[in-house]
Design a protein around this ligand. Structure first.
Ligand code: SF4
Length: 200
């Protein structure tokens, strides 16, 4: 394959080999998150500040492909509905940016208060909300805060170790392998809405 910087060069049979590894990494994230949440007694139930309104950006080709694979599991009507919502969101955000405004819009995959591609949701959707730490090689560890709802419900409790380092490292290694196998070099920075709208 020629050297590529375009996201629309996707070869599913090649990539299928990487999906089980991605699932293992996601399972490790979910385990780590659930363990920390259980220690604190933290739950998102009834949260008014829904983090599905936060515009997270996603940077990995493998997660992009997996989310698109998830999209294909929805019935055609739902796919169309989600794509329409994604288009509206992207346009609304572009307009707000032109007007120098900042807005929070619900993710197009959150339907009737639940994520309809929960199994396929990206990494940050699995990790957000609980205080954590990250250790980059040769640098002191960095601590990150929990979300507002965590602070109000559990913020008085002492920090319980929730180290994102191993799962970030595993994800980075997998992403490198995927990109190398496809000779894919482009940078990715897309919200869920942008991923859904992409024609790849
Ligand atoms: S992908 Fe799912 S969990 Fe993540 S923001 Fe969208 S609806 Fe929420």
């Amino acid at each position: 394959m020629s050297h590529s910087s375009k996201i629309d060069v996707i070869e599913p049979p090649v990539l299928a080999a990487f999906i089980p590894q991605l699932k293992r990494i996601y399972a490790a994230m979910d385990d780590a998150y659930n363990r920390a949440a259980a220690h604190y007694g933290f739950s998102c139930d009834g949260c008014r500040d829904n983090c599905c309104r936060t515009r997270f950006y996603h940077h990995t080709l493998i997660e992009y492909i997996y989310l698109k694979e998830g999209l294909m599991t929805l019935d055609v009507e739902m796919q169309d509905r989600v794509k329409l919502r994604a288009t509206d969101i992207v346009h609304t955000i572009e307009k707000a940016r032109d007007n120098r405004g900042a807005i929070r819009l619900m993710c197009p995959l959150n339907v009737d208060t639940r994520c309809i591609l929960y199994t396929y949701r990206p990494m940050i959707c699995r990790l957000h909300g609980i205080p954590h730490e990250l250790k980059k090689p040769g640098q002191p560890g960095i601590k990150g805060p929990g979300c507002g709802t965590f602070d109000s419900r559990c913020g008085q409790q002492p920090y319980i170790s929730f180290d994102r380092t191993p799962v970030y490292r595993d994800m980075a290694t997998l992403e490198q392998d995927v990109r190398r196998s496809m000779d894919f070099t482009a940078k990715i920075k897309m919200s869920v809405a942008q991923m859904i709208r992409s024609d790849a």
